[in-house]
Design a protein around this ligand. Structure first.
Ligand code: ADP
Ligand code: MG
Length: 407
């Protein structure tokens, strides 16, 4: 069998110091502070955020660090260690969608969005020098984009004393992604990156942004969460996401509901009758995924709140498995790499395994015994080799803390 390396999150304090040093190297002066925000995985609750659903993400240990200095240049000087050839230097007053390279838009868009309520950000007097150093793999479905946005929002809040609430920072980060970059994503990633807490899962009600923390103390129960990046193609800017989203809107409209959340809240029997009334087979299956997924999230969160992981492990795993199968069969957002990875993890003894993120590539998660993390990752790698897929990359995740200041 192949030996499979598990990537664990590097030490946070050391990574923050490294970002500070990189800032000094790049700009020849010290940063005022270093801030960071985590990537996330959805434990359960996929493709329900834009229908006002419930989802249950957790932050992972891998974070994006932003070392920032407030200047008087009126300019945004922005660099990323992940994009070493692509430094940006632009007047803050000129920030507008399309004004900077795509990657820089995730950071610049946050400043642009916050400038509406905080015009000092485009007054021409204030400038910002930002050095970004991200640990979250880019484009793997682990939300490197939200980690980048939220680290910048945290920096602006703390260095400029804007007085924004968590919810206002989340909203600015969502606008950066939707309006500035032009990626039509929901708001789950940013909420998780800002509001997650160590040892917990975050129950997020997308109807009103309300959150609740549920105990998800995996290590105390001898469990670990394995993430496997399939490295298959993943692009949410593409048309598939918009098409699925549109189909769920059509379903809600045909059912006379504002959102499919209303349908999910109608209760089990009423739900089946309502969904059966949808004539179009594709629309019916899309709606069935969203409605049943919302119900799965509610059950999962209730189990965590009442008895927790230890008492409910079998059922929690079943719900994760059912979520994946629904995304594969009804919502049709999996690709062979995701299905093979999930199948191999289950065969290797995972309590539950599912794709996480938007689909069409990206990563899977598997809830496994802590001492089976490497073996499960190796089983997925072996299956990939047999299928002729690119070798996957495995990560160990522990439920981690949301955005904050490091230095
Ligand atoms: P995901 O959020 O799942 O990683 P996205 O496609 O939403 O995938 O976002 C990935 C994009 O975000 C990258 O292609 C890049 O443009 C930008 N990005 C994220 N992190 C960084 C970083 N540390 N440095 C530069 N760009 C980044
Ligand atoms: Mg993203």
């Amino acid at each position: 069998t192949s030996t499979t390396r598990l990537h664990r999150a590097p030490d946070r304090a050391e990574a923050a110091r490294a970002a500070g040093r990189a800032f000094a190297d790049a700009f020849g002066t010290e940063a005022d502070g270093v801030f960071s925000a985590p990537g996330r995985v959805t434990i359960i609750g996929e493709h329900v955020d834009y229908q006002d659903g419930l989802c249950l993400p957790m932050a992972i240990g891998h974070r994006c660090f932003a070392a920032v200095r407030v200047t008087e240049t009126g300019r945004l000087q922005l660099r990323s260690r992940q994009m070493p050839d692509d430094a940006v230097d632009v007047a803050l007053a000129d920030l507008a969608p399309g004004a900077v390279p795509v990657w820089a838009g995730y950071a610049a868009g946050v400043i642009w969005a916050l400038a509406d309520a905080h015009p000092q950000l485009r007054s021409g007097e204030l400038g910002l020098a930002i050095l970004v150093d991200g640990q979250v793999p880019l484009g793997a479905g682990l939300s490197s984009s939200a980690a980048l946005e939220c680290s910048v929002a945290q920096a602006l809040e703390e260095l400029l004393g804007l007085g924004t609430t968590q919810q206002e920072r989340i909203a600015a980060c969502i606008r950066a992604e939707n309006e500035f970059v032009g990626a039509a994503t929901g708001g789950l990633d940013q909420s998780a990156s800002v509001r997650a807490a160590q040892g917990h899962a975050l129950l997020l009600d997308c109807a009103d942004g309300a959150v609740e923390l549920e105990p998800w103390d995996l290590s105390e129960h001898g469990l670990g969460l394995l993430i496997v990046d399939t490295r298959a193609e993943h692009s949410l800017i593409g048309g598939e996401y918009a098409e699925r989203r549109g189909q769920t809107e059509s379903a809600a409209e045909a059912l006379g509901a504002a959102t499919l959340r209303e349908v999910a809240d109608a209760g089990a029997d009423g739900v089946r009758d309502q969904l059966d009334a949808l004539e179009d087979d594709v629309i019916r299956r899309r709606a069935r995924h969203v409605v049943t997924e919302i119900c799965r999230v509610r059950e999962f969160a209730d189990l965590l709140a009442d008895g927790g992981v230890g008492e409910n492990l079998r059922r929690l795993g079943e719900l994760m498995n059912a979520s994946h199968d629904s995304l594969r069969d009804d919502f049709e957002v999996t690709v062979p790499e995701l299905d093979v990875a999930v199948g191999a993890a289950r065969d290797a003894g995972a309590h539950g395994a599912r794709m996480t993120g938007g689909g069409f590539g990206g990563s899977i998660i598997a809830l496994v015994d802590a001492d089976q993390m490497e073996a499960t990752a190796a089983a997925v790698a072996t299956a990939f080799a047999e299928h002729g897929f690119t070798a996957p990359v495995a990560f160990a995740a522990q439920p981690s803390t949301g955005a904050g200041r490091d230095i």
